[in-house]
Design a protein around this ligand. Structure first.
Ligand SMILES: Nc1nc2c(c(=O)[nH]1)N[C@H]1C(S)=C(S)[C@@H](COP(=O)(O)O)O[C@H]1N2
Ligand SMILES: [Mo]
Length: 442
């Protein structure tokens, strides 16, 4: 709790090992601004600040990585080229597994945590980077091959961290900024970041624990490292370290408070000031979040009017059905949410329509239907089609929905017919469906 440790560390480093001081090294050449000892003057920097922030980031980043991989598995990227935005994943694809359909709110939880936590940790990440800024400006930049490697890993760590956080936040807030390429960028970026992060954590966690407990550094090199964090000639403090940590914490809490409502829903949706699609989805049975409207995706009235037809095929029998034909088949009801990769989700809505398993039977599959390839009236765009796994088709709650909350689907929610399946990401719930191919991927 006292400041002793960091001050002790600082004095020790600067006094006992002057040779390792930044900006030292002969003194013939004066390095440019930030590379100079004395350029960095904030008295807040030091092992203690860096360690506290690091210890918050450590579990946070691990949770982000795990929920991120879960999100990737939930897409069923192995099924069809259409689901997969990272075709060259190679052995990184070993993390994939068949995503379950229970509990029905599963993706709502995992992706809500992923996005909300990621956004809330942004101030902590920035503060952590600020606390180690002087380390980015050591002089000379590379002293030896080993030092060069260390610098490279630092670059991957800092650059990778900024990159995955930035691509994540931008994808949530300004979708289609990276059309088609967000998945590979974020996926490969996070593997690079996590590799650097794991190495960094393995080396630094023991030191951070010692710094937090106020213990002395173990080796001279370690003491010099830690001393490098604290300013050798600190300016007078304007806030205490605790005050600075408080500001970071409040920033995180503010982001948490203005984000979490979009996945928790109910009255809390009103608090989701940062929700990418606004807070008011309107009233009535269709009054819940819309991702892309029919107009935004170029769906024309004629595509979804009386001449709309659904083709069902793949098991040896092909049928073409009108909406009236579908309404005459057995109707079933399921209470399911929509949970988007952007982190927002709806509470359970009451959908009704025809079971996917029944449509598979219509296409010629008897027991144990396979997966299905779903296509829509949308002509272009990443989510005009999607592939669903066999467990999704077989789940009795999986529907080709015709109605929601007792009313016909609105055009924006996918009229005349849309997919709704439990536990999956929103992209699996294709709207304006025109063709179902069971057992096929195209
Ligand atoms: N044809 C089509 N279906 C689609 C999409 C799309 O872009 N085109 N977006 C998907 C995504 S990403 C989500 S989150 C859900 C959102 O459904 P909603 O707009 O009814 O809430 O629809 C899915 N179905
Ligand atoms: Mo989505």
């Amino acid at each position: 709790m006292d400041d002793g440790s960091s001050r002790r560390g600082g004095r020790q480093g600067a006094g006992a090992f002057p040779g390792t001081e930044r900006g030292g090294g002969g003194g013939r050449f004066r390095p440019p601004g930030p590379f100079r000892t004395g350029f960095w003057r904030s008295p807040l920097r030091g092992p203690r600040l860096t360690s506290v922030l690091g210890m918050v980031l450590l579990p946070g980043v691990v949770i982000l990585f795990v929920t991120g991989l879960l999100s990737y598995a939930a897409y069923n990227p192995d099924l069809a080229p259409v689901n997969d935005r990272t075709p060259d994943k190679g052995w990184l694809g070993a993390v994939l597994f068949p995503w379950p359909t229970d509990p029905h709110w599963l993706y709502r939880l995992t992706q809500g945590v992923h996005v909300t936590l990621g956004i809330a940790l942004v101030p902590v990440l920035l503060a952590k980077l600020w606390s180690v800024l002087p380390k980015l400006f050591v002089w000379p930049p590379v002293r030896s091959p080993a030092h060069g490697l260390e610098r490279l890993s630092l670059l991957l760590l800092v650059g990778g961290g900024l990159f995955v956080f930035a691509t994540g936040v931008l994808n949530v807030q300004l979708e289609y900024l990276f059309p088609g390429s967000f998945y590979p960028l974020h996926f490969y970026g996070s593997w690079v970041f996590m590799a650097a992060f794991a190495v960094h954590a393995a080396i630094r966690v023991p030191r951070a624990v010692r710094a937090l407990r106020g213990r002395r550094a173990r080796t001279e090199a370690e003491a010099a490292e830690m001393a490098g964090l604290a300013a050798p000639a600190p300016a007078a403090p304007t806030v205490s370290r605790r005050g600075a940590l408080g500001v970071v914490g409040l920033g995180s809490l503010a982001l948490l408070g203005t984000t979490a409502g979009q996945s928790i829903g109910g009255p809390l949706r009103e608090t989701a000031l940062l929700a990418p699609h606004g807070r008011d989805p309107g009233d009535g049975p269709n009054g819940f979040q819309i991702n892309k409207t029919a107009a935004a995706l170029g769906i024309r009235a004629a595509d979804i009017g009386p001449r709309w037809r659904l083709t069902v095929r793949g098991g040896g029998r092909e049928s073409v059905l009108s909406r009236q034909d579908l309404l005459e088949l057995d109707q079933h009801t399921a209470d399911l949410p929509i949970a988007c990769v952007e982190g927002w989700s709806t509470t359970d809505q009451r959908w009704s329509g025809v079971r996917l398993a029944d449509l598979a039977r219509l296409a010629g599959w008897e027991a144990e239907p396979p997966g299905v390839f779903v296509e829509s009236a949308q002509l272009a765009g990443a989510f005009r089609a999607a592939a669903l796994r066999d467990n999704q088709v077989r789940d009795p709650r999986s529907l080709l929905a015709l109605r929601v909350n007792g009313a016909d689907l609105s055009a924006d929610h996918g009229f005349p017919a849309r997919i709704i399946v439990p536990a999956g990401p929103g992209v699996h719930n294709t709207k304006w469906v025109t063709r179902l191919t069971f057992g096929g991927t195209s």
